[in-house]
Design a protein around this ligand. Structure first.
Ligand code: ADP
Ligand code: MG
Length: 649
């Protein structure tokens, strides 16, 4: 037998080890995730090797992981019958750190010059060495598949380890942890909520182990067995029995045809904590540069906190069936944040941190391909199951529309996915709109800002209604953002009916008939006078082509901000110059006709300019700066009117 030999850890290994040995934090439990995942990897490796190597075929039988615990002796064992390691492997893999992420981790720690916090350790999984968080002596007894000799590796985390020959009757690995005493109360729970506290919890406890396995390793593809205490129905202990702790139900890695709707639904509840049924699910697997599988769900109802970016119910990241993190925001763009489900990546390291995720090229690839897949599925839904799609849109359309603004690459697709209510129809696409356009109609018209009700009644719509032009009614705050960046859809300009001069077949100068010209000239002095009186409120006053029944309305310059946008920016604390719009008046309206006549005869304008402006603002759902004054003016007007009526009678 080879004698026991002593080795020193390679420098980074020693550094990491020191961190582990001296760290005090609540996420100690991840050590089990790491050991189980190594065991699962070892079984994967043996399975693959046995496919090509005849000699190993018999070794790969009843693949499993076993956890054994002796609470009194404070010993915990994790074993597998996987590929195992020989002497050289032990030196290479357990004496050296070759893992991606570790260097970054150490560097990060050095830069922060801080103790390990639970948050930090949670972010950086740390592999095999995490055993030293809970153990003061670690032994690895292992035998490589196809070899005869077994080896025993030991270390107490003090900078050195030993290797000697050992005995094992099958291939595989057993990691034995000699556990430290139970964490004393209070050393790591400060500032944590009661249910998150873990001090006092003993990792040698059966129920603790069950909990940890369920939390991190439930979907590991091999059974994780443990001999557990067995009770009769009176609660009396009647011996022990073997139990499989994990469900192994990684339903995303099974062929879609083999999974029942019921299972998909159950899993949705598991990942989303939502008891309602999902609207639909998307199964996706990608192979190549980055291999991953995804199972995503569209919920049927938006949660309360859809607009709060926090919340921990987004998409779970798994790496090779091992749970990594709860709400991995990097996997999807923000405008798809309503998605729930799982992404399981094959070639990411287990110890990937949030910081690294943000820059990881593989994550970027996954995000891009998931986005495309989800948008494709939405298109399918839009074209194949319009009713379901409308239900989806009503809940999440607001969020998806953020993408029109934010995701330039997919802008066209997102525009084609958007549904709209219009002056004549409900929930139509822009393509539906184009189909319904009048032959002479030049643009896609929309009106935004305010509630659906005020939009529907807005004076801006009058001339468009008259001509039978449909107008999109945009009542979500986000609409102001994307309409600001989208100029056209399929070559048709996107035009606000409340901005610019309504380009509704405006007659060219020479075509204007005499009557019209005369009227314009006649109104000229009145318009000037109105503009002068309202100069603090409006930029100019002009005759309107968009009004038929209302006396006046307010319109923006073609490229100016909408009043809603202005308000939003103010609420966000930004300095915004007061926005002045154009007052358009309707020369055919009796108020304007009479006002013009009276003004031409030398009569005064009285309070009419203010009243005109005020009611134009009210008609579009705006707010008056001095409502009390406006109410008083209206009351005075009423009083005069009633007085006149009395005199006439
Ligand atoms: P990682 O799993 O990310 O590679 P670890 O620190 O968890 O990093 O493990 C280091 C290496 O030790 C593994 O890559 C593997 O080669 C070897 N190893 C650890 N546990 C086992 C095991 N149970 N069976 C076989 N090899 C193992
Ligand atoms: Mg590992």
């Amino acid at each position: 037998m080879a004698a026991r030999e002593t080795f020193a850890f390679q420098s980074e290994g020693k550094q990491l080890l020191d961190l582990m040995v001296h760290s005090v934090y609540s996420n100690r439990e991840i050590f089990l995730r790491e050991l189980v995942s190594n065991a699962s990897d070892a079984l994967d490796k043996l399975r693959v090797a046995s496919l090509t190597n005849e000699a190993l075929r018999s070794s790969f039988s009843d693949p499993h992981i076993r956890i054994a615990v002796d609470k009194d002796a404070r010993i915990l064992r994790v074993s597998d019958n996987g590929i195992g390691m020989n002497r050289e492997d032990l030196v290479t893999y357990l004496g050296t750190i070759a893992k991606s992420g570790t260097k970054e981790f150490l560097q990060y720690m050095a830069e922060r010059k801080e103790a390990l916090t639970p948050e930090l350790i949670g972010q950086f999984g740390v592999g095999f060495y995490s055993s030293f968080m809970v153990a003061d002596l670690v032994e690895v007894l292992t035998r490589k598949a196809g070899e005869e000799t077994a080896w025993l590796w030991r270390s107490s985390g003090d900078g050195t380890y030993t290797i000697e020959e050992g005995y094992r009757d099958t291939c595989g690995t057993t990691v034995t942890l000699h556990l430290k005493p139970v964490a004393s109360e209070g050393d790591d729970d400060e500032g944590r909520r009661p249910w998150e506290r873990t001090s006092g919890e003993d990792v040698a406890d059966e129920w603790t182990i069950r909990r940890i396995v369920r939390k991190y390793s439930d979907f590991v593809a091999y059974p994780i067995r443990m001999e557990v205490r067995h009770f009769d129905k009176d609660g009396k202990e009647v011996g022990t029995k073997d139990e499989v702790l994990n469900s192994m139900k990684a339903i995303w890695s099974r062929p879609e045809a083999e999974v029942t709707e019921e299972e998909y639904r159950e899993f949705y509840t598991h990942v989303s904590k939502d008891w309602a049924e999902p609207l639909t699910h998307i199964v996706y697997s990608a192979e190549g540069a980055t291999t991953f599988r995804a199972l995503l769900y569209l919920p049927s109802k938006a949660p309360m906190d859809l607009f709060l970016r926090e919340g921990d119910r987004g998409i779970q990241l798994y790496v090779k069936r091992v749970f990594i993190m709860q709400d991995c925001k990097e996997l999807i763009p923000e405008y798809l944040r309503f998605l729930r489900g799982v992404v399981d990546a094959e070639d990411l390291p287990l110890n990937i941190s949030r910081e690294i995720l943000q820059q990881d090229r593989r994550i970027a690839v996954i995000r891009k391909s998931l986005t495309r897949k989800v948008l494709d599925e939405l298109k399918r839904l839009r074209d194949g199951k319009r009713e379901t799609y409308v239900a989806f849109w009503r809940e999440f359309g607001k969020v998806l529309k953020e993408g029109i603004f934010a995701d330039e690459r997919n802008r066209e697709t997102l525009l084609s996915l958007a549904l709209f209510r219009t002056t004549t129809r409900e929930w139509i696409t822009l393509d539906d709109y184009l189909e319904g356009m009048k032959p002479e109609q030049k643009a896609v018209y929309f009106l935004s800002g305010g509630t659906l009700e005020t939009l529907r009644n807005s004076p801006h719509l009058e001339a468009f209604r008259d001509r039978g032009y449909e107008v999109l009614l945009l009542d979500d705050p986000v609409d102001d953002f994307w309409t600001g960046v989208v100029e056209s859809y399929r070559d048709k300009p996107l035009t606000s009916v409340a901005k610019g001069a309504a380009d509704l077949d405006a007659p060219k100068e020479q075509e204007k008939n005499l009557e019209e010209k005369e009227r314009e000239e006649a109104f000229e002095p009145l318009l000037k006078a109105l503009a002068e009186r309202l100069k603090d409120e409006v930029s100019s006053v002009r005759l309107s082509r968009r009004l038929t029944t209302s006396p006046a309305c307010l319109v923006g310059e073609t490229h100016s901000m909408t009043p809603q946008m202005e308000q939003l920016l103010r609420q966000m604390g930004q300095e915004v110059p007061k926005l002045k719009r154009i007052l358009e008046v309707n020369p055919s309206h009796p108020v304007l006709e009479r006002l013009q006549r009276r003004f031409a005869e030398g009569g005064s304008l009285g309070d009419v300019p203010e009243l005109l402006y005020g009611q134009a603002l009210l008609a579009e759902g705006g707010t008056l700066s001095d409502p009390a004054r406006f109410a008083r003016l209206v009351a005075e007007l009423l009083a005069r009117d009633l007085e006149e009526a009395r005199r006439e009678a």
